[in-house]
Write a protein that binds this ligand. Structure first.
Ligand code: HEC
Ligand code: HEC
Length: 303
């Protein structure tokens, strides 16, 4: 009986968890439409190449056709990002209204009611969300219809339980404003929305998306990510600590690291993105903001 108990408890617990955790949520009925001008499309392109490209852009074909997300552990299943091109058969955005896209980015709720955490940007200014949607609707060559698909997401039962326990949509926050250009606040905004803090903090699964700087191990590095050939690459400590962080970086060195992956001591490997489309003043705002973050001594042992 004693031995049976844990097995029985587990059998009762698993369905309880699955039933108890909601996995489908209502989407929006708003009739919001993105306004598109050439300025908003340009801004949207900059953001899409700086944020979405890491997960959706295939460099072999130069299009947003989707790919496998290799940082999801195999035990949870296989996750593929979506084809964002204008393909009627395999593209996803043709089926989305502008309002549903905005709702997805702010709450994590997809149009079919699933919760997708990857794209959550609760603090993104409405103006920037508008720009991304305007870009997704544009005739940029990177979005020209491509009827391929990288693969279909399949979770194992462990992955399903994990996902249902983590299905926590965020409240729809309207009216978020862009901080003043070139300010430290803009630097924080970019560290949040470009996802620097996702990779550079303590854990990919324990992010505080609403209040990024309250994330455990904020910007002090240490997460092991998958590199280009599946090898492990540890994300750096980017707090201003002199010995273990980037306290010795000059502004010029920081610009080179972000746009070309040229760190003072080495060439940075993927998945550190190349932020080629960021403007110099935006990179400088990030630099200024990072100087204000508490220095954390945390030595990164790269492998
Ligand atoms: C960290 C990786 C990641 C980032 C960054 C990311 N996505 Fe995704 N995206 C995914 C994955 C994974 C899926 C597919 C999830 C699934 O169906 O299981 C997806 C799905 C989507 C979908 C389809 C949702 C559906 O209903 O199937 C849209 C639209 C989308 N992404 C747009 C974007 C845009 C636009 C950006 C940039 C602002 C972005 N994504 C950034 C990983 C990412
Ligand atoms: C997808 C994950 C990911 C994202 C997003 C990301 N980084 Fe990185 N970053 C890394 C990894 C991994 C490394 C280590 C690369 C190596 O050691 O070759 C790195 C290295 C760095 C370095 C070099 C530090 C050193 O060791 O000298 C700097 C600076 C940096 N990142 C800043 C940023 C900033 C700022 C952002 C946001 C604009 C950002 N990163 C976004 C993964 C990421």
């Amino acid at each position: 009986m004693k031995k049976l108990f844990p097995a029985i408890a587990l059998c009762l617990l698993i369905p309880a968890v699955i039933i108890g955790c909601k996995t489908r949520f209502d989407t929006t009925k708003s009739n919001y439409k993105a306004t598109n001008s050439s300025a908003s499309i340009d801004r949207g392109k900059e953001l899409a190449f700086s944020i979405c490209a890491g997960c959706h852009y295939d460099r072999h074909v130069n299009k947003f056709i989707g790919m496998q997300i290799r940082d999801v552990p195999g035990i949870a299943g296989k996750v593929y990002s979506a084809n964002l091109t204008h393909s009627k058969t395999n593209g996803v955005t043709a089926h989305y209204s502008d309002a549903e896209l905005k709702y997805l980015f702010k709450t994590g709720i997809a149009r079919d009611g699933r919760f997708l955490e990857y794209m959550l940007r609760p603090n993104m200014a409405d103006q920037d969300i508008n720009a991304i949607i305007a870009f997704l609707r544009s005739d940029d060559p990177s979005l020209a219809a491509a009827d391929t698909t990288a693969g279909r997401t399949r979770f194992t039962w462990i992955g399903k339980i994990y996902m249902s326990m983590h299905a926590k949509p965020l409240p729809f926050k309207e009216g978020v404003k862009l901080p003043a250009a070139n300010s430290v606040a803009m630097g924080y905004y970019l560290v949040d929305n470009l996802g620097c803090f996702h990779c550079h903090s303590g854990s990919l699964t324990k992010l505080n998306l609403l209040y990024p700087d309250q994330t455990k191990g904020y910007l002090a590095g240490g997460i092991k990510l998958k590199g280009a050939n599946g090898q492990k690459i540890t994300a750096s400590n980017i707090t201003p600590d002199k010995n273990t962080g980037i306290g010795d970086y000059t502004k010029e060195q920081f610009r080179a690291a972000l746009t070309d992956g040229r760190a003072p001591d080495r060439q940075l490997k993927p998945p550190m993105p190349r932020f080629r489309m960021l403007k110099t003043e935006e990179i400088d705002a990030i630099y200024d903001y990072l100087q204000t973050v508490p220095a954390v001594e945390h030595k990164i042992i790269s492998m």
